[in-house]
Design a protein around this ligand. Sequence first.
Ligand code: G3P
Ligand code: CA
Length: 268
Amino acid sequence: MTLKVMKNVIFTALATVISFFGIKKIANNSHKIKRIGHRGVAGYCPENTFPSYDRAIEMGADYLEIDVQLSKDGRLVVIHDSLVDRTTDHKGKVSDFTFDELRKMDAGSWFSTKFSGACIPSFEEVLDKYADRVGLLIELKKPSLYPGIEKMIAEELKKRKLDSKGKDHIIVQSFETASMRLFHELMPEIPVAILINYPPDKMEIKNIAKYASYLNPKWTVVNKRVIDLIHANGMKAIAWTVRSKKEADKLKHYPLDGIVADYLDLIE
Ligand code: G3P
Ligand code: CA
């Protein structure tokens, strides 16, 4: 074998190895599970506040999960419970307070004095502050309490051209199927997800797949049959909500597309 032929053989072998591992790396990245910060990082900061979203981004979140409701004067606000009691220094229904009243509440001290003065964000603020930096998993919380909320959300997303931002950068989800069917009709470019906390049967999964791009199971419901069925029907699956290492370890065994966690560092 001449020196030139030997050089060619070595070069070809090296190129093959590099290209094999290169392709493998890209393939791995493309299947990388999405790490989704639950209400920011609810394990470390007061949920659904700016400090919580900022910390989730610092921790490398691919998405922020947020909960949206309507104030008395029809403003979209980001808070989980339908009562303000657990996460603020006030008592009563979210829908009984105007935006200005909600805004004056302390949404941080209940978690730790370190966060005193953290406020309830508006949905518009969250879009303006974070939509360019991170994906958003937007949950409509009890949307049947708030007729018209789907249209309001769609308008805010359109106003910021977030419908053309790229596939799955924004995902809208709810436990209420009627609301997600309606949102899909209003804004088919934005994928919708249905949340479930019980094992769904085949027919239910098939029906949901007619309009939804995701079927997101509670972590207790995750098993091979459910995840395979979701994928076989052309949807993706994001499991929720990891709060312990035991829960995170269980989910490692399934080909999930994303995991929602209170402690993002539990997800590799
Ligand atoms: O993203 C899933 C999860 O947020 C649904 O449950 O009650 O925490 O809003 P919940
Ligand atoms: Ca939620």
